[in-house]
Ligand binder design. Structure first.
Ligand code: NAD
Ligand code: TYD
Length: 345
């Protein structure tokens, strides 16, 4: 099976590429990635020489390039990971988020419509449902109430993809996963940021009261769910993919501090994120009933493996934290009110 993966140099896309080539002899992968700040070919060193793998640097918004790739490669499936994926960055600069997440998805769907494809898998997020009052869990029919430019762009892209199924019968499936964590995640998201700051004895910035709840999914579990949906999902359907592990942020950070042997005094309350969703909660009953998938990695062992990876890959962390990262960190954290003064030193 030949798969066109977009965004395969990012966190989840690269985990999907590594896992698929390691476990499935019949798979061929073409990876289209623009290599933004979040794309990193170091994540793919282990597969770079594999004859079943091809990397193309390019933009999913480049219609000519995407068209040429469909003609040259004739992919049987598209797994569309490429996105601007971070809420805080989407608040600071929404334009690239709408460009990539909406125009990029549209460009790929158009190519799929013109050239045909066996499956177009739109990799989406539970954030499209917005904040969910306890004790409810969002099923796939839950209303879309995205709060941030990021989640609004993903909701829009999901609807666009589903319209291509309804109107043109492009065989689309949408998956909506909860918060992923694991090795190779860019240290702008909660877990890798807290691990890398803890390892460097830097303050850990907690937005607001830190009692916001997220459902944590180990990245390999997510990739296996995508395979389950690829093989057994129904076209035109949406599948939620949750980790069955809901925790308030403070508890996640406390566990990271305990596991790294650092004091809780490193936690520092800072001004809240505007429009911050209080709670995400997903029902994954549909994907489990229809495909048999369920998460295998518990939070304790997943977090331990993740922390170990960051401890053993400090060079990777140092490299991604140089340059652009410093500007982002200053823009996002420098002017935030804190209890103790500036976070950026
Ligand atoms: P990431 O930010 O780590 O990686 C994104 C990748 O897309 C990078 O390699 C980047 O270079 C590439 N990219 C960005 N713009 C591009 C463009 N215009 N053309 C080509 N490539 C481009 O993101 P991630 O965390 O791996 O997320 C992957 C997908 O999964 C996204 O669609 C995201 O919305 C979704 N998702 C993420 C999570 C999560 O917790 N990280 C949860 C649910 C869903
Ligand atoms: P994040 O990893 O950005 O994922 P998302 O907002 O997409 O769920 O953030 C997870 C939670 O952690 C969210 O409630 C915001 C919070 N958070 C902090 O408290 N401090 C931080 O520095 C970051 C990056 C996130």
């Amino acid at each position: 099976m030949k798969i066109l993966v977009t965004g395969g140099a990012g966190f989840i896309g690269s985990a999907f590429v590594r896992l698929s080539l390691a476990e499935r002899a019949e798979v061929r992968i073409v990876n289209l990635d623009k290599l933004t700040y979040a794309g990193n070919l170091e994540n793919l060193v282990s597969v770079a020489g594999d004859p079943r793998y091809r990397f193309i640097r390019g933009d999913v918004c480049d219609a000519e390039l995407v068209d040429r790739l469909f003609v040259e490669e004739r992919p049987e499936a598209v797994i569309h990971f490429a996105a601007e994926s971070h809420v805080d960055r989407s608040i600071l600069s929404p334009a690239p988020v709408f460009e990539t997440n909406l125009r990029g998805t549209f460009t790929l769907l158009e190519a799929a419509r013109r050239h045909g494809v066996g499956l177009f898998l739109q990799v989406s997020t539970d954030e499209v449902y917005g904040s969910i009052e306890p004790p409810a869990e969002a099923e796939e029919s839950y209303p879309l109430r995205p709060s941030s430019p990021y989640s609004a762009s993903k909701a829009g892209a999901d609807l666009l993809a589903l319209s291509y199924w309804t109107t043109y019968r492009v065989p689309v499936i949408v998956t909506r996963a909860s918060n992923n964590y694991g090795p190779y995640q860019f240290p702008e998201k909660l877990i890798p940021l807290m691990i890398s700051n803890a390892l460097e004895d830097r303050p850990l910035p907690i937005y607001g009261d830190g009692l916001q709840v997220r459902d944590w999914l180990y990245v390999d579990d997510h990739c296996r769910a995508l395979w389950a949906v690829l093989e057994r999902g129904r076209r035109g359907e949406i599948y939620n993919i949750g980790g069955s592990c809901s925790l308030p942020n403070r508890e996640v950070v406390r566990r990271i501090l305990r596991a790294t042997g650092k004091p809780e005094s490193l936690m520092q309350s800072v001004a809240d994120r505007p429009g911050h969703d209080r709670r995400y909660a997903l029902s994954s009953a549909k994907v489990t009933t229809e495909t048999g998938w369920r998460p295998q990695v518990g939070f304790e062992s997943g977090l331990a493996a993740t922390i170990r990876w960051y401890q053993e890959n400090r060079d990777w962390v140092m490299r991604v934290k140089s340059g652009e990262y410093r500007d982002y960190y200053a823009r996002n954290y420098e002017n935030r009110e804190t209890e103790l003064g500036s976070l950026v030193r």
